[in-house]
Design a protein around this ligand. Sequence first.
Ligand SMILES: Nc1nc2c(ncn2[C@@H]2O[C@H](COP(=O)(O)OP(=O)(O)OP(=O)(O)O)[C@@H](O)[C@H]2O)c(=O)[nH]1
Ligand SMILES: [Mg+2]
Length: 400
Amino acid sequence: MEEVYIIQPVFDAKADVLQSEAVALIESAGANYIGCTRQTIREIDPATFIGKGKLEEIANELKDRDATVLFNGDLSPSQTLNISKALGDRKVIDRTTLILDIFASRAESSEGKLQVELAQLKYLYPRLKGKGSELSRLGGGIGTRGPGETKLETDRRHIRSRIHALEERLERTEKRRTLLTERRKKERVKTIALVGYTNTGKSTLLNAMTGADVFAADALFATLDPTARAFEIEGVPFLMVDTVGFLQDLPHHLIEAFKSTLESALSCDLALIVCDAGGPYEMQLETTLSTLKELGFSSPYLVVMNKCDTMEYTRFPKQCVEISAKTGAGLDELKRRIFDALQDEFVRTTLFVPYANMAEYSAVKGLLFERNVIYTDDGAFVEAVIPAIYAHKFQNFSKR
Ligand SMILES: Nc1nc2c(ncn2[C@@H]2O[C@H](COP(=O)(O)OP(=O)(O)OP(=O)(O)O)[C@@H](O)[C@H]2O)c(=O)[nH]1
Ligand SMILES: [Mg+2]
């Protein structure tokens, strides 16, 4: 198993969370974390980011080991090269390379695979400036694995044409997806998007709400591709969409790579921002909101505090919905809150349809959701939920 040693640059108090996340990321990539060095940064060394003295110490500590070094931040191509040289030609990866590697192993849809491979190659290309020695420095493992079982193209001469081909194919899938989104909009099924920090339980919640069987695991970025499942509240069908989790300092061009798939999920009627009630939920919420802002998100949202089963008591503002996707606690309340949040979109009413007008009613009844029908001597009482935009079509049947 690939061994990974972390260099953690320290700018402020955020470093602790970033460091423990890096350990989780290493494990999510199927590698083995072996140790860490922290370096407080007052001034960035343009050549090697951290000081030469520190690099000598690390070189010494690792001299008998074949470990990969993760720099838990973003490095320029030449900094990566210089650190690698200072550590005796050791394999050095940065945070983006590691995250991309996990994304590659998680991508399932063909579009997701294309997006990840494209992001990987675009990131790798300028890092393969030199000839043989720099290429071989990458060796195998993290940073060289493409989506699925593929190995990334690491021949600089071939990368350009591969990038071009991927871009063309993505453009075609994008067009097809836009058509699908438009159709969904026309069918007027309301979509609820699950968004939030990685590992907060979004997929578990999707499964609990819809009876789906989506992969959920104690790993970072278990979900990559948006997945949609249908469910009902009060007889009204909804669509719930699961999305990729966010992370602090998620490299900007990673967001860029997923922008198109995320945008379609985020053009939802309501978003549920899922947080881990027992974790650093303030940071999770902040990260999620700022990432959403970057993506141009503007739909209404509810904040959902998940994993409340792990807490002895909770003290969240009452706007938050407290649930446990695992035990099912609070899910009925969540459904109520979803319905309430969308109340302007629906009219709950009871119609009276005289038997003489049944044909007229039948012609439009596909537009509403019947909850209960009671037949009487001269007609039927229909308890229904009507999408607000169609309310006028039922004016003739308003209850007497
Ligand atoms: N105790 C507890 N654990 C939960 C709850 N919901 C989810 N989990 C666990 O949290 C871990 C992450 O769950 P996922 O549903 O994969 O989380 P996610 O937000 O989809 O994560 P990514 O797709 O990786 O972003 C899993 O180990 C779940 O079993 C909950 O309500 N209580
Ligand atoms: Mg998930």
